[in-house]
Design a protein around this ligand. Structure first.
Ligand code: NDP
Length: 335
């Protein structure tokens, strides 16, 4: 089957040519004598910004192995199993390979019930990004009715949900994104109160003062750098910042400095980083909360689907230039 592999370790911005499509032969059965393993068909693969970290060698994150299928979250169908928890025909989501078929020993996959919601949603709203939005917004920020919420990278996999959660919670929410189409989506589809294109704002501090004359109670941080610096000047007393991601920094050899941290003192700010994986025990509660909202159309989800594994490299790299509109994923096979 086809696989997406890393060709060489990346410095600076990743390019499509840093990845390559290779083929390898795989038997569609778990090899004799291999215990606790599954052989899966990969249906949908999730493009996630953190995968950039694994494209370089570092002390903090194990890198992808060169010349082998890279790994990431996906939706899979079990074709064969020697693991007691998984049977042939099961559908599940979790960490798998960027390839047509994967042999996974000691899988950590969450099984799915077939429902009338799209299977691809388990790469996004019903998967890791959904949990990220839920945990970061509700668990870290404890939103209260009437509070002022700001979300950056607001039209993406995580951001579009945070904005909708803020509305459900009775907050006032403003989002920023990098194009006119994305800003329109924020206002018209996701019902943010206001939205702006940060690329057209020469002075982010002035822009935030315009959208939040009374300041920001909750900042859901996805981009870091200059945006964070401007936000720090506009937070209200006892504001909360959930540090979900800082995508503007991932391709820099030397991260930008943050200058306005002194604001955290007088304003008694709380700034907290987190990983979605720390909150997976809340997954059943999250699914129970989100499913009726989705079915009633109170929460909507926009996906950006690339067809076929060959489009995997461009899809993944495209996250870092804002090519994606909504949750980016690769459809490898539909069933
Ligand atoms: P998105 O779907 O939002 O895609 C990434 C978006 O980031 C792009 O579309 C682009 O949108 C924006 N972007 C890219 N480069 C820059 C830049 N230099 N400056 C500003 N914006 C930029 O991705 P996700 O929703 O999956 O992820 C959003 C954030 O959440 C990331 O920082 C990610 O690392 C983090 N994350 C954290 C997790 C955790 O457990 N803590 C789990 C999942 C995600 P635009 O056109 O608007 O610029």
């Amino acid at each position: 089957g086809k696989q997406v592999a890393l060709k060489k370790y990346v410095t600076g911005s990743p390019k499509e040519s840093d990845l390559q499509i290779i083929t390898s032969s795989i038997k569609l059965k778990v090899p004799e004598g291999t215990k606790d393993a599954v052989l899966v068909k990969n249906l949908y693969l999730s493009c996630d910004p953190y995968m950039r970290w694994k494209m370089s060698k570092s002390d903090s994150f194990p890198a992808f192995e060169l010349g082998k299928a890279i790994t990431g979250n996906g939706v899979v169908k079990v074709l064969d199993s020697t693991h007691p928890n998984y049977q042939k025909g099961d559908l599940a989501w979790g960490i798998t390979g960027w390839e047509e078929y994967s042999l996974i020993v000691s899988p950590v996959l969450i099984k799915l019930d077939k429902s009338d919601l799209p299977l691809s949603y388990y790469t996004g709203i019903l998967g890791m990004p959904g949990m990220t939005a839920y945990a970061g917004f509700y668990e870290l920020c404890s939103p209260k009715k009437g509070e002022y919420v700001y979300v950056s990278a607001a039209s993406g996999a995580v951001g579009q949900l945070v904005g909708q959660f803020a509305k459900i919670s009775g907050c006032y929410v403003v989002g920023s994104a990098g194009s006119k189409d994305k800003v329109d989506l924020l206002k018209n589809k996701f019902r943010f109160d206001e939205a702006f294109n940060y690329k057209e704002e020469p002075d982010l501090n002035a822009a935030l003062k315009r959208y939040f004359p009374e300041g920001i109670d909750i900042y859901y941080e996805n981009v870091g750098g200059k945006m964070l610096d401007a936000v720090l000047l506009n937070m209200r007393v006892r504001g909360r910042i959930a540090v979900c991601g800082m995508i503007s920094q991932y391709n820099l050899e030397k991260p930008e400095g943050v200058h306005n941290l002194t604001s955290t003192i007088g304003k008694r700010l709380r700034m907290e980083g987190f990983l979605a994986g720390d909150f997976y025990h809340l997954y059943p509660k999250f699914v129970e909360m989100i499913t009726p909202h989705l079915k009633e159309g109170k929460i909507v989800y926009v996906e950006d689907v690339a067809e076929g594994l060959e489009n995997g490299p461009a899809s993944l790299i495209g996250l870092f230039s804002g090519q994606n509109i909504g949750k980016k994923l690769v459809a490898v096979a539909r069933d």
